[in-house]
Design a protein around this ligand. Structure first.
Ligand SMILES: NC(=O)c1ccc[n+]([C@@H]2O[C@H](COP(=O)([O-])OP(=O)(O)OC[C@H]3O[C@@H](n4cnc5c(N)ncnc54)[C@H](O)[C@@H]3O)[C@@H](O)[C@H]2O)c1
Length: 452
């Protein structure tokens, strides 16, 4: 049993705290937002993550998991402090480290015994070193009062608990291998695959991993656009590619592009790090450009089907950036909502869990209680987030309630032939269109991409 403090009760911090408590450790989670801590003390979660509420309640009841806003309470007794605060994008794409800096200053102000500071947030290469430097400037001695370990987070929202407890690998970077080993001991109960490296390499492994996955998505989206022109089906292309073990099937789903709190900001931050060091990261820039274009194509396709979008009603099925989360940061739906509003369209939307978050940032959208209400009177419906409940819709019911019958399947969930048989003017991403006689027809020529 170790004494662990976690800073930040977001998607990463809360899962980290709950899972370590579940393994028998004594955990206290601190956040600077009192409402979040009050909720947690009542057994309510400030975020949606499958399985997390039960785990938090169970460990809190067992006295292994507590919540506070007080650094004076959370820091002095800790053996390990996991930093899991946000690192959003700054103005030029660089990671904004204001929350990290504030956390480090507060740690410095309350540190009493030797403590290992474990950075779980995604931070620019060199942040571990600057954390140590700040603590030294505040009179703390490295190796005696503290040590810094980088321990990047690789879990996925929606399956974060499973991923935390079944990691492909745990990466630990430090100038002091003994400190890294001490953190490794926390993980040894559930994994043997521990990689110990230096601080900067550990920080870079996180960015390189996310940039690579984002690149796979943009790659298959570019292939999808070429497929549309040439009459090939990207779904089958990806399946054929993915069976090659050198390529792998994951992250080869053509669609509306990636979103969420990690890929866009991490690709931008890595691009920024490269640029300020005099490099020309053209592949990283292309990854972001292709991702933006995937959203813009929707507008082009809708204009092809409906003419002007002014006054037209467009329904969005799904608002979260992916299924099984309420996270809407950089979600395709949010980008589409802004673009469609600019075009003068009326918007209707529904998501099983992300409505509350979306409500806070989207104006002028009619929020509905299910997919059928979204479709009622709509000229077009776009499947944006592939929630399970959208996979078995009563398509005749949806079809009959729509004004125009345009259906854009942004995640290639439906069978094009079946959708056409229902009567929809259906369009997937990178899939050939079929004429009513089953003959393959090419997608119509595109008009120029709208500028954001
Ligand atoms: N969300 C993911 O799936 C994921 C996956 C891997 C890595 N990451 C990285 O982990 C970090 C956290 O991400 P997240 O999605 O959990 O963020 P989040 O925004 O959901 O949560 C961050 C929390 O930190 C709190 N906070 C801010 N300043 C603080 C301070 N000084 N002390 C204590 N708490 C403070 C905020 O109030 C917030 O509750 C980011 O660097 C992110 O890039 C996230």
């Amino acid at each position: 049993m170790r004494r662990i403090t976690v800073l930040g009760v977001g998607y990463v911090g809360l899962v980290t705290g709950a899972c370590f408590a579940d393994l028998g450790n004594q955990v206290i989670c601190l956040d600077v937002i009192p409402e979040k801590i009050e909720k947690l003390k009542r057994g309510e979660l400030p975020i949606y993550e499958p399985g997390l509420e039960e785990m938090v309640q169970r460990n809190a009841a067992a006295g292994r998991l507590a919540f506070t806003t007080s650094y004076a309470e959370a820091i002095p007794n800790a053996e390990f402090i996991f930093v899991a605060v946000g690192t959003p994008s700054g103005v030029d794409g660089e990671a904004d480290l204001k929350y990290i800096r504030s956390a480090v200053e507060n740690i410095a102000a309350h540190l009493t015994n030797y403590t290992i500071i474990v950075n779980r947030s995604t931070v620019p290469v060199g942040t571990g070193d600057s954390t140590a430097q700040t603590l030294i400037e505040r009179g703390k001695k490295q190796g005696i009062d503290f040590q810094v370990v980088s321990n990047p987070e690789f879990t996925r929202e929606g399956s974060a608990i499973y991923d935390f407890l079944n990691p492909d690998r745990v990466v630990l970077g430090s100038v002091d291998p003994k400190a890294a080993e001490a953190v490794a001991d926390l993980y040894r109960v559930f994994t043997k695959n521990l990689m110990i490296t230096d601080l900067r390499t550990a920080e870079m492994i996180k960015y390189a991993s996310n940039a690579f996955l984002a690149m796979k998505i943009s790659f298959i989206n570019e292939i999808a656009s070429i497929c549309e022109k040439l009459g090939a089906d990207v779904q089958q292309v990806a399946a054929g590619m993915g069976q090659d073990q050198r390529i792998g099937a994951a992250f080869l789903n053509a669609g509306l592009g990636f979103g969420g709190s990690c890929f866009p900001k991490d690709v931008k931050a890595l691009t920024y790090m490269a640029e300020v060091n005099g490099l020309h990261p053209q592949l990283l820039r292309a990854v972001m450009d292709i991702n933006r274009d995937q959203r813009r194509r929707v507008i082009v396709h809708l204009r092809q089907s409906l003419g002007t979008l002014r006054g037209k009603t467009v329904g969005l099925l799904g608002l979260a950036f992916k299924p099984n989360t309420d996270d809407i940061r950089e979600a395709a739906a949010i980008d589409l909502a802004h673009m469609l509003s600019t075009e003068g369209a009326h918007l209707r939307a529904y998501d099983p869990v992300a409505m509350e978050n979306a409500h806070r940032i989207l104006d002028g959208v009619t929020f509905c209680s299910d997919a059928y209400q979204v479709a009622a009177g709509a000229d077009a419906v776009i499947l944006v987030t592939e929630w399970n409940e959208f996979k078995q819709l009563d398509m005749p019911r949806l079809f009959n309630s729509m004004r125009r019958k345009v259906f854009l399947d942004g995640r290639n969930v439906y069978d094009p032939l079946e959708m056409q048989a229902h009567g929809f003017e259906y369009r997937g991403v990178g899939r050939p269109l079929n004429a009513p006689n089953g003959e393959l027809v090419r997608a119509p020529e595109r008009e120029a991409m709208p500028v954001a």
